[in-house]
Design a protein around this ligand. Structure first.
Ligand code: CP
Length: 314
């Protein structure tokens, strides 16, 4: 296995915004190597031996939190999971005070998910260690976009020149935003498909192709990326009803037949079957959904390893 020369010039990973194509390729190459490591019987490395990683999640998570825990442990870190439900946040402690308290315990890395866009940037300014954004409001989810890119690259060879359709609730999705930034930077064509009520106002100015008709939008695409309706971020009525939504924007075999014959289907999870995707497609031969989860561990190991070079004595 070729040893990659450390070349990640950032102390934090707060978003895809601010990363160059070189940075992205470095993380994807490093993650590609971790796929091999995590499939070996001897799984543990010692890159983060003696380091403390805190996973601080203010919102629920299955995939991101557990894969960051597995990634940290595979690299030898002491990993602490902090559940907000059983923390002093419930007694009214502010994010800044929580940050100062954790900082006083001298962690090396904090992985944060927060319901407010920009909260992770604020926290990064208040602590001395490296901070990783595990999802902030509807803003960014950089490790999700990286694991999606790695999954695509391993299946299609490259990102450049592919047409990727991102479908559904674009307005409230941090996954969509990070993917739009990453795919655009890496030379893929991005189409956005969804009802007008779920499109960010003015998004057409950024050069994406926008479709409200799913069958038209899916024509000849290489990758179909489905999104969950982020009901927790919706105040008011954005869709007439779930069954109506599925009829127009749910991915089933009939709508998928408009994409290329070898098109692949992705979903960041958690999925709502029968709302944005049918079980037939989610569990079908074109689905990469389980592979995305596997790549999540590899990508998070790569990110932790890249940031480790900026830790004192790293
Ligand atoms: N994709 C994703 O962020 O999933 P979790 O909410 O389960 O972490």
């Amino acid at each position: 296995m070729k040893t990659l020369k450390p070349s990640f010039p950032h102390r934090h990973l707060l978003g895809i915004e601010g990363l160059s194509p070189l940075d992205i390729n470095y993380l994807l190459d490093l993650a590609d190597q971790q796929v091999g490591v995590s499939r070996q019987i001897e799984k543990k490395k010692n890159t983060l031996s003696g380091r403390t990683q805190i996973n601080l999640f203010f919102e629920p998570s299955t995939r991101t939190q557990s894969s960051f825990e597995i990634a940290g442990k595979r690299l030898g870190a002491d990993v602490m999971n902090m559940s907000v439900a059983s923390s002093s946040v419930k007694k009214g402690e502010t994010l800044i005070d929580t940050a100062a308290t954790l900082n006083a315990m001298r962690p090396d890395l904090i992985v944060v998910r927060h319901q407010s866009a920009g909260a992770v940037h604020l926290l990064a300014r208040k602590v001395d260690c490296s901070v990783i954004n595990a999802g902030d409001g509807a803003h960014e989810h950089p490790t999700q976009a990286l694991l999606d890119a790695l999954t695509i690259r391993r299946n299609k060879g490259q990102l450049q020149g592919l047409t990727v359709a991102i479908c559904g609730d674009i307005l409230h999705s941090r996954v969509a935003r990070s993917n739009m930034l990453l795919l655009g930077a890496m030379g893929a064509r991005v189409r956005l498909i969804g009802p007008t009520t779920l499109m960010p106002p003015g998004i057409e100015k950024f050069g994406f192709e926008i479709f409200t008709d799913m069958r038209k939008g899916l024509r000849s695409v290489d990758i179909v990326m489905m999104l969950r309706l982020q009901l927790e971020r919706m105040s008011g009525s954005f869709i007439p009803s779930v069954s109506e939504y599925f009829r127009y924007y749910g991915l089933d075999a009939e709508k998928l037949s408009f994409a290329k014959e070898d098109a692949l289907v992705m979903h960041p999870g958690p999925m709502n079957r029968g709302v944005e995707i049918s079980s037939e497609v989610a569990d079908g031969p074109q689905s990469l959904i389980c592979e995305q989860v596997e790549m999540g561990v590899a990508v998070r190991m790569a990110v932790l390893e890249a940031l480790a070079t900026h830790l004192p004595n790293g």
